[in-house]
Design a protein around this ligand. Structure first.
Ligand SMILES: Nc1ncnc2c1ncn2[C@@H]1O[C@H](COP(=O)(O)OP(=O)(O)OP(=O)(O)O)[C@@H](O)[C@H]1O
Length: 232
């Protein structure tokens, strides 16, 4: 399904963080949103999935308007979030996490374990016994078991060892190739390019520019003005 975000304004209390964000992610493609710390990336994904109510703007899934709907309604419409920091429960086992997330649909527990075989070996381990990479795999598995059409991933490779981060990115790229619509929040351009077809640069609460992966590979300096600390 195509996710469309138009002129979204959002923030906390008296402060506005997003000042008119616009994006469109066609079915089966992956868009990475790149931006510095505090640029508003998490605010954007939380606004899309209904955890923060936007002050203005439109958020639609294949034309179905979702802006302002509560998170459980947005989830039911087919948008799942893999949150920053994984958010797994310390005292629940992997098997219990999977059982709690499961909804009827094409993603079954055996299918997610096939995609993420490391979890198969950890089914009886509790959340606090998992490595960062395993917890990230579990966070992705949980999201898939809700049968999403759109997957939002907030810095999924943050804090992971290089080989595990590569594995997580490979899984996300495979999901997009399989037809999921993916929005990936990243801070490193090279990580975004490992997964995304297109990259949106977020600065000062707005999309400063959007580039194809090929354009960014050909001219890495395109990200300089939004990512370099010196320019601010
Ligand atoms: N719960 C909150 N209440 C008030 N302000 C917040 C809250 N969460 C974030 N902010 C502020 O909103 C701005 C954007 O934060 P956000 O977390 O969206 O940025 P980010 O791009 O995801 O950053 P990071 O890369 O550090 O995760 C920051 O100035 C931050 O301090």
């Amino acid at each position: 399904m195509t996710l469309t975000v138009e002129d979204v304004h959002s923030g906390y209390g008296g402060g506005t963080v997003l000042h008119g964000v616009g994006l469109a992610i066609p079915t089966g493609t992956a868009l990475a949103v790149l931006g510095r710390n505090g640029a508003g990336k998490t605010t954007l994904v939380h606004t899309i999935c209904g955890l923060i109510k936007p002050r203005a703007g439109r958020i639609a899934l294949d034309g179905l308007e979702l802006a302002g709907r509560p998170a459980h309604r947005v989830a039911r419409a087919g948008i799942a979030l893999v949150p920053q920091g994984r958010r797994v429960f310390a005292s629940l086992t992997v098997a219990e996490h999977l059982a709690l997330s499961r909804r009827r649909g094409e993603w079954t527990v055996p299918r997610v374990l096939q995609l993420l075989p490391r979890l198969q070996e950890r089914l009886r381990n509790r959340g606090n016994q998992l490595s960062g990479g395993e917890a990230q795999m579990l966070a992705i598995a949980r999201a898939l078991l809700t049968q999403p059409k759109v997957l939002l991933l907030d810095e999924p490779c943050e804090g992971l060892a290089v080989d595990l981060a590569d594995r997580v990115r490979a899984v996300v790229a495979e999901l997009a190739r399989g037809g999921l619509t993916v929005l990936l929040v990243e801070q490193q351009p090279e990580h975004a390019l490992a997964v995304a077809d297109r990259v949106a640069l977020l600065a000062d609460g707005m999309v400063a520019s959007t580039h194809t992966a090929a354009q960014l590979r050909a001219d890495p300096s395109l990200t300089d003005h939004v990512l370099s600390v010196a320019s601010h």
